[in-house]
Design a protein around this ligand. Sequence first.
Ligand SMILES: *Cc1c(COP(=O)(O)O)cnc(C)c1O
Length: 245
Amino acid sequence: MENKDTIIHNIEIIKKRIIRACEKSNCTPEEVKLLLATKTVPAERIKIALNYGYTLIGENRVQEVKGKGDELKDTPHQQHFIGHLQTNKIKDLLKYPVTCIESLDRVGLAERLDKRLANKGKTIDVLLQINTSNEESKFGVHPGDAIEFARQVAQFQHLKIKGLMTIGLFSAELERVRACFRLLRDIQQKIQQEDISGVEMKELSMGMSGDLEVAIEEGATIVRVGTAIFGERIYPDSYYWNEEK
Ligand SMILES: *Cc1c(COP(=O)(O)O)cnc(C)c1O
């Protein structure tokens, strides 16, 4: 079942969904990046998508970044980190060519990242993860604390804030999901109005396999898609969104 053609076929379907959503919402498909959410997907299957020209990937666990690093290193791609990052894993993560941490969710993490990057003489892009669904089980800064969080993170010279990330509510009621994405866009505008030095708010990373159309309608610039391309995972997502075991 899981062969090369399936992955390529699935990518084509996602591409069409993106194009259709853009037509509905006054944006161009070039403005929406497709990030492949590759947790649990073996490197050989990821490579099929990379070789097909979809080269932006995102992992949730440092362990997986590490495990696939060798096999992927000769296939051109760009890697974001989209999972909960523990401070004691920073050092390991920064050994790999990750260009953006989309899941920055606490000042303590920002501080430790900044210190390590300063030592290496490097910078990294970050998105601020906001908990727009108000679910206890999800990480991210409370919407009411987002502006203050942006101000604090902006003080770290080695972190380049590029925008916001959220995981929408898991619900079949798309209008409730839409409210999460709209909230993220509102927060984006509020932070822009603050005009904080060094803070860019261009990227809105929101929308996954089940809700990418709604996200695009609300202004997503990055959609993160796993299941609809690589198939069902054996673990429930909560496994990845909770503390690493
Ligand atoms: C797994 C994951 C996705 C992709 O979810 P699918 O429903 O499989 O498309 C997106 N974002 C994050 C943070 C994830 O952990």
